[in-house]
Design a protein around this ligand. Structure first.
Ligand SMILES: Cc1cc2nc3c(=O)[nH]c(=O)nc-3n(C[C@H](O)[C@H](O)[C@H](O)COP(=O)(O)OP(=O)(O)OC[C@H]3O[C@@H](n4cnc5c(N)ncnc54)[C@H](O)[C@@H]3O)c2cc1C
Length: 327
């Protein structure tokens, strides 16, 4: 357990998101033993589950149907030492061409929304945009900022997704999660523990199951007006122009300008490597112009970091997470 925790933390520090333990040869045989309502696939291409549309096969890809399924899979992986990667909408990850060893747990079937007064309870796999639309239709404001952003509710909570001046912690009042020992827990998030792209979940190997948003009464037509404006703004920034994973690098106030402007000022906009390209619309977005390999995207990221380091002396920190088996 200590080794697993150390290994997981080390992977996090390196920007890698999966622990590869030397015991995965028999994963298939072990997984065949489980009895769950959800589906199990072997060698499932991760390119089908990421917004970059790149990534090699997941050794085992499981889509649980229920919370009980999640608990069962977690317990099996824990007892057998099988690495487990939790997948939301795949909108913030770059999966290696070699794929992912162990189990990928796809949360997208845990897609449900329940209203209790001005609170919205949301399943981890629910697309955030769907939950935002659901709230607006019922005259609940406060979650409009996230409309048209790709990704799941669990993924947005995990990294405190932020846009248009608001972030998840502004409205998040409770989170239900599975802890490292397989126990379902509830927590009232402490805002002092959340910051820009930083949450307690990023330092643990917990699985977010659902969360509660505290919203306020508002006019549906007003909410929809601002949501459509956000969507249009994303469209003009080229977010939907080609497969991508949003901003590649975090912004850092100490650098004086957003990362996109820094990259742009070095003339890197439009740079290509293979089928990966720094978006002609936004220099902090890399797009897949066709059949890009994860390696092309990764090398382009490194090229940008090197140029910025050499010319500006800043170390750009990736926002995108590297997942899977990288050299
Ligand atoms: C076009 C575009 C625009 C974007 N714009 C923005 C933006 O404005 N602001 C912003 O913040 N981000 C933006 N993003 C990035 C992305 O949408 C967010 O980071 C989103 O919150 C990722 O959620 P996901 O479900 O896709 O997570 P994934 O990419 O699937 O996973 C990301 C991380 O979250 C973890 N995770 C996911 N679900 C769970 C869970 N249930 N329990 C535990 N861990 C979990 C994964 O293990 C992984 O470490 C954009 C992406 C795209 C493609």
């Amino acid at each position: 357990m200590v080794f697993r925790f150390w290994f997981h933390r080390t992977c996090l520090t390196l920007g890698l998101q999966v622990g590869i333990l030397p015991c995965v040869n028999k994963v298939r045989e072990i997984i065949k033993r489980i009895n769950i309502k959800g589906s199990v696939y072997f060698n499932e291409p991760m390119a089908n589950h990421t917004t970059f549309q790149v990534g090699g096969p997941a050794e085992v890809f499981i889509r649980p149907e229920t919370t009980e399924d999640v608990v069962t899979i977690h317990e099996l992986c824990r007892s057998e030492g099988i690495p487990l990667f939790v997948l939301g909408g795949g909108a913030n990850i770059l999966v290696s061409d070699k794929g992912v060893s162990g189990v990928v747990l796809d949360m997208t079937s845990l897609d449900w929304i329940e209203q209790q007064g001005s609170n919205l309870l949301v399943g981890a796999g629910t697309p955030v945009s769907k939950a935002s639309a659901h709230a607006a239709d019922r005259g609940l404001g406060g979650f409009d900022f996230i409309y048209a952003m790709p990704g799941s509710f669990g993924g947005a909570v995990w990294m405190n997704a932020r846009c248009y001046g608001s972030e998840m912690i502004d409205i998040l009042t409770e989170v239900t999660y599975l802890d490292s020992y397989g126990t379902i827990q509830k927590m009232k998030p402490d805002p002092t523990e959340f910051a820009y792209k930083d949450t307690p979940f990023m330092k643990k190997d917990w699985i977010i199951l659902s969360g509660t948003l505290g919203l306020r009464p508002d006019q549906p037509d007003q909410l929809w007006k601002s949501m459509k404006d956000f969507e249009e703004d994303r469209r003009t920034k080229g977010h939907f122009f080609a497969p991508c994973a949003g901003s590649v690098f975090k912004n850092n106030r100490e650098f004086g300008s957003p990362s996109g402007q820094i990259i742009d000022s070095l003339g890197l906009r439009g740079t290509k490597r293979g089928m990966a390209q720094i978006s002609p619309n936004h220099a902090n977005i890399i797009i897949n112009t066709g059949n890009a390999r994860a390696q092309d995207i990764y090398l382009l990221m490194q090229e940008v970091q090197t140029k910025v380091r050499e010319h500006r002396g800043f170390e750009l920190e990736p926002e995108i997470l590297l997942v899977g088996d990288w050299d």
